[in-house]
Unconditional design. Sequence first.
Length: 269
Amino acid sequence: MIQYQLKDWKEIVPWQNGNCSTLHWFALTDAHYWFNFKGVEFPKYSDEIIREWKPENDSKFVHYPFARIFWDICEVIRHVENSVPNEIFQKINSLDKLKKYIELLKNWIELAWDESDEQFDEVYEVARGWLYCRRLDFGYLTGGPDCFLIRNEDQLHIYWFAEYQNDKGISLWSSHEGTFSCNYFEFIEDLVKSFKAFGLDMNKQISALLESNPTDLEIDSEQILTNQSQYEELVSAFENKKLLYADTPDWKHIVNTMNEISRQLESRI
């Protein structure tokens, strides 16, 4: 489901720590990564932007430490584990409906919010929070796509839209929007396989680095090994459903708040 190409440690640009160059565990996870949704690769840069950038390599995928997306997936799954009830899912069960709901929230802020913190917290955050805690964070990327993971019963529904263009009007991403659905438990199983494979590759990466013992780099081998152990423990927690899952939301209250937002906007149109 999630795929990666881990860079060899010798190809990773060292981080600067004062006057010293260093490679810590996070930097050692430097990779290209993407999802493969039954042949649809996401996120993937467009051919046009690749030609504009004229890169030294021809990779069309995100280049960033893999640890970041791993941690972000763990965080979002804490919430996705709670199935969204049918009454709410029916309001966002297509890309168009999801976009309209996000637009509804935006319009409420612009047209109906009384600018009080109380109303913001008790109305807007209630109607928005349940959705955005299921949003996979790509905020570390320029023009990062929006990607929502919604579980309804035993099915997982993934929606993304990536409409960012640079100042020349060139689309950054190859797939501007899309959807993908699969069995939730199979999705988790596939993630675990990828995370375990990455852990094995990282063990080889770390061993090669420590055996080489480069004199021009500052290496805290003990900390690197500790971080690797922490990664493996988190993968084990992910696999054995021992993540610190979020509490089940008050779905009835959320439905009432969503309906109230719609009523307030209708009264102002």
